[in-house]
Design a protein. Structure first.
Length: 132
């Protein structure tokens, strides 16, 4: 198969750097705006700048783009990295509400959502580390 026949990565399909940036920016704006995200927002630091930078790097890597996340932080080990943040049902639901809405508002490739969002849902559920 030639390089021109290769299927574009999810990173390319989302719009590359600009697409991931739009998604992450909208995600964190929603986290500050939506009442249903209050529990999730509460486990984040007052400034979301560092969280946004990490999510941008992670999503870029996970979607098949630059490996900046791994170069800066090593293997993702996301659950282990979040053990200090109490994540229960309310935090998970709030995170998913923000992510799904941000995705719907910023990603034009609807088929990509069908491919990616089930994995995002599973990841969010895997991150829970407290009851309730």
């Amino acid at each position: 198969m030639s390089e021109t026949d290769a299927k574009p990565s999810a990173y390319e399909r989302i719009g590359g750097e600009a697409g991931v940036r739009a998604l992450v920016d909208r995600f964190y704006a929603l986290m500050d705006e939506l009442p249903e995200a209050a529990a999730c927002r509460a486990v984040h630091p007052p400034s979301l700048e560092g969280s946004a930078a990490k999510l941008f790097d992670y999503l870029s890597y996970w979607l098949g783009g630059p490996k900046t996340y791994v170069e800066k932080r090593g293997h993702p080990m996301l659950r282990a990295r979040h053990l200090d943040a109490p994540i229960g049902n309310a935090e998970t639901v709030g995170w998913l509400v923000c992510f799904h809405r941000a995705w719907t508002e910023t990603v034009e490739d609807k088929a990509l959502g069908e491919e990616i969002l089930p994995s995002i849902n599973n990841l969010a559920l895997h991150m829970r580390n407290k009851d309730g």
